[in-house]
Write a protein that binds this ligand. Structure first.
Ligand SMILES: [Zn+2]
Ligand SMILES: [Zn+2]
Length: 436
């Protein structure tokens, strides 16, 4: 009954913005698959998730959730109070990426949007956030349909701007934990481009890295390329710095502590025979612990200043180092909560479908929801999204599968969404029903 109602609702309410595609699976999954395809076809960039958030907020309201919109940008908070018990938060992120989709499916995105620099760019859900939203809606339906199976307060959040790492910060700054009940547990899933659909991956402890962006302006004294002795060449200095930075991870950080320093952009000069006045470098830094993070930042500053000094530059021309304030803290999966989730997943899917995975040095701002005072136990798990046949074929032929953020990344929607809803629903029941 509810399924029919929802289907009608989608047809009526979504048609102007989201189009529906042919039905290809059994009826009980039609709504979620249609929702997924419509979200997939209409991605919105970070901080622009207006239509996505409005439509999902409407669905949650119609389901019976108490919904707050435009909370920290286009964030949505949906609450379901169901008696005395624990408070559990489930989060999904909403933003797409500036990528031209090349998956070739009928529901591929052809959408263009304007990025923050005002350029028109193709837009794609290449990180699977459309799956996250769809799984959250499926879970929301289950939890409201089966209120007799749990007691407590469920908080569902749809977070904007994960890809530029500003959405979690904006929602917390807006008072997520003071204006709404503070959760006892936070959970989230992220699709995996390395796991088959139907499987989930878990990892206790550090799962994703601290991410810092650093801008370095190397200054020099420019002049004619034929008279280098009359200049202080910033290109030579910047080149020395790039090489010297390689020794931080290899010589200054313990080999047992992961860290990455990548110089991703190096810009200088206009012509063959002009020594420029400056070089601009852009770096990404990755680490797990706060100590290693601070150590890499301190070492970069020390080495940059000392190289400038040894090249004979006055202090007024030492490099300017800017640590951007878009810092994303590491995702630390609370080991106790992760263990509970693992047990829950195993009872949903069977042990063979629950895989312990390795940590990665990618970033995710979900970690921020746990790094509050006092901390909230938080865990993010991986939801396998690769079509099972494609996965086996790639393994047999030793081919690489498209990664997240690839223009060819395409989850197997039916199995991925079904598994996502199944494990999220069961995990919530299990967390709500935990004895103290
Ligand atoms: Zn991403
Ligand atoms: Zn993502």
């Amino acid at each position: 009954m509810k399924i029919k109602f929802l289907r009608k609702f989608f047809l009526l309410s979504f048609f102007s913005i989201f189009f529906l595609l042919e039905d290809i699976v059994a009826e009980k999954e039609i709504n979620l698959l249609d929702l997924y395809k419509s979200l997939h076809s209409h991605p919105e960039l970070s901080f622009q998730e207006k239509q996505t958030s409005q439509k999902l907020a409407l669905i949650l309201k119609n389901l019976g959730y108490k919904v707050t919109q435009e909370f920290g940008g286009y964030g949505v908070v949906a609450i379901l109070e169901n008696g005395k018990g624990k408070t559990v938060m489930l989060r999904a992120d909403m933003d797409g990426l500036p990528i031209e989709e090349r998956t070739g499916v009928s529901y591929a995105s052809r959408k263009k949007s304007f990025n923050s620099e005002g350029q028109e760019v193709y837009t794609m859900h290449a990180c699977g956030h459309d799956i996250h939203m769809t799984a959250l809606i499926g879970t929301a339906q289950n939890l409201i349909k089966n209120k007799n199976k749990w007691k407590g307060t469920l908080i569902l959040i749809l977070q904007p701007a994960e890809e530029v790492s500003g959405g979690a910060r904006a929602m917390l700054k807006n008072g997520l934990y003071s204006k709404f009940p503070r959760p006892d547990y936070n959970i989230a899933l992220h699709v995996s481009a390395d796991l088959e659909a139907g499987k989930v991956g878990y990892i206790p402890g550090y799962a994703m890295a601290n991410v810092d962006s650093v801008d370095i302006l190397i200054k020099g004294i420019g002049g004619h390329g034929a008279y280098p002795h009359k200049t202080k060449d910033p290109i030579v200095l910047a080149s020395q710095l790039v090489m010297a930075l390689q020794t931080i991870v290899s010589r200054e950080i313990s080999p047992l502590e992961p860290a990455v320093i990548t110089v991703g952009s190096f810009h200088a000069g206009t012509k063959h025979n002009i020594i420029p006045n400056e070089v601009k470098l852009q770096l990404t830094l990755r680490s797990y612990t706060d100590e290693v993070r601070q150590k890499t930042i301190d070492s970069i500053t020390r080495i940059a200043e000392n190289l400038a000094q040894s090249s004979g530059l006055p202090q007024s021309l030492y490099p300017e180092i800017v640590i951007k304030d878009e810092y994303t803290p590491a995702v630390f999966n609370d080991p106790n909560l992760t263990n509970k989730l693992r047990a829950s997943f195993e009872s949903s899917l069977g042990e063979e479908n629950v895989i312990r995975v390795l940590p990665v040095m990618a970033g995710e701002d979900f970690g921020m929801f746990g790094r509050t005072d006092p901390p909230v136990p938080t865990a993010l798990f991986w939801l396998g999204a690769v079509n099972q046949k494609d996965y086996k074929l790639a393994k047999e032929k030793n081919n690489t599968l498209p990664s997240l953020h690839s223009n060819q990344f395409l989850p197997d929607p039916v199995t991925t969404i079904k598994t996502g809803v199944q494990v999220s629903t069961k995990a919530l029941y299990d967390l709500f029903n935990l004895e103290d």
